[in-house]
Write a protein that binds this ligand. Structure first.
Ligand SMILES: O=C(O)CCC(=O)C(=O)O
Ligand SMILES: [Fe+2]
Length: 387
């Protein structure tokens, strides 16, 4: 600190932004004039706070599902009824408002999500309880993730809008050269601590289309032969955040450098002890220790197996009031960008709250321990993309 600085100037200096940076900082491109039109969820449009942040550090996660009642007594005594959607994945929860659940009931929800992969709630008031309560709800499940691309709800970096309208584009760069909009993934699997009990809800929806597809990677794992499962048990694969960062037009909006991380191909769920396949077409790159062709063949087999076994798939059609809770550890999902939006009128506007969970691990039953992560599992920081 300079000796000439007075002790009364406590407010930090406002950062100085260039004109280009100011444009980048504004809310997402949109064909709806939110200044003159009344839109109930205008405060939930994407906003960008510029500036680089340091890399996320690994931390220890204690899952709240571990302290849940094994019979989910808190939830069921509170009036919830459970309705299986398919045998392998998905339960509809009726009779409760998520916004009114106690901490013990939310613990039961975490256990149920771990067991069933996907939970669906209809006619919820959750979208209207305000950002502070939405944030506090999300924090119950773990440390909330802030996305590397920087888009968030103004003043709430951990609340992530997923927004499309006529100008923002129903089809973005990521899929413009693909024959369909399907991109199966588990969220940000390139991070060190993976994502956990995630909440996704509709704010405003197009008249038709815009569904989300979900699948169970536990059921996909269980469908494999014992010998092939065994082959996968000691394999690790790289997951990269680099391509997600590179397809985006506004590099000045990134808040962190992308990274690559190595995770087990089969991971164990800390709450249920079940195993699931943890590779996805969007972020997984290579199985460590295999030659390129061997890795590509095994990964392609696994992607096709995971993505095509309709026995462990389900599809959610959104309407305002619909909320989904999915466990990112044992499911994958894909948006379906098949919808059209009328200029200045219709949009698809969703909100995601994404707690991080443990660093993925494989529990080796032969040794009775978590498998040791190989040397090659170091985190790689990629070069600066904004150059
Ligand atoms: O928009 C969707 O349906 C899903 C988007 C997505 O992948 C996500 O929010 O994680
Ligand atoms: Fe996602």
């Amino acid at each position: 600190m300079s000796t000439t600085q007075t002790v009364t100037s406590t407010a930090p200096a406002e950062p100085v932004y260039s004109a280009a940076q100011k444009v980048a900082q504004e809310a997402a491109e949109t064909s709806v004039d939110y200044k003159s039109s009344e839109y109930k969820y205008a405060a939930y449009l994407p906003h960008y706070t510029l500036g680089r942040q340091s890399p996320l550090e690994e931390f220890e996660h204690h899952d709240v599902g571990l302290r849940a009642d094994p019979d989910k007594k808190n939830l069921l005594d509170g009036g919830a009824t459970l309705h299986e959607i398919t045998p392998a994945v998905g339960t509809e929860v009726r009779g409760v408002q998520l916004s009114a659940l106690s901490p013990a009931q939310l613990d039961d929800i975490a256990l149920l999500a771990a067991e069933r992969g996907v939970l669906v709630f209809y006619n919820q008031d959750f979208a209207d309880i305000g950002q502070d309560r939405q944030l506090a709800y999300g924090q119950h499940f773990g440390r909330l993730h802030v996305h590397q691309m920087g888009g968030h709800i103004k003043d709430y970096p951990a609340l992530l809008p997923v927004y499309r309208d006529f100008t923002a584009g129903a089809v973005d760069n990521e899929i413009k050269n693909n024959v369909s909009s399907i991109k199966w993934h588990s969220d940000m699997s390139y991070e060190i601590n993976g994502m956990g009990t995630t909440t996704f809800l509709a704010l405003d929806t197009p008249p038709s289309g815009g569904d989300t597809l979900y699948l169970s990677t536990t059921a996909a794992y269980n469908a494999l032969s014992p010998g092939f499962r065994e082959f996968l048990h000691d394999k690790y694969a790289t997951h990269s955040g680099f391509s997600q960062a590179s397809v985006h037009e506004h590099r000045e909006r990134y808040i962190r450098e992308p990274i690559e991380t190595v995770h087990p191909v089969v991971r164990t769920h800390p709450v249920t002890g079940t195993k699931s396949l943890y590779v996805n077409r969007l972020y997984t790159r290579k199985i460590v220790g295999l030659k390129d062709e061997e890795s590509a063949t095994i990964l392609n087999f696994l992607y096709n197996h995971i993505e095509h076994g309709q026995d462990w798939h389900l599809r959610i059609h959104w309407a305002p009031g619909t909320v989904v809770i999915y466990d990112n550890r044992n499911t994958q999902h894909s948006a379906l960008r098949d919808f059209s939006v009328q200029k200045g009128v219709t949009r698809r506007h969703m909100l995601r709250i994404t707690p991080q969970a443990e660093r993925p691990y494989f529990y080796d039953e032969k040794t009775g321990q978590k498998a040791k992560v190989p040397e090659a599992a170091a985190v790689t920081i990629k070069p600066n993309l904004s150059d």
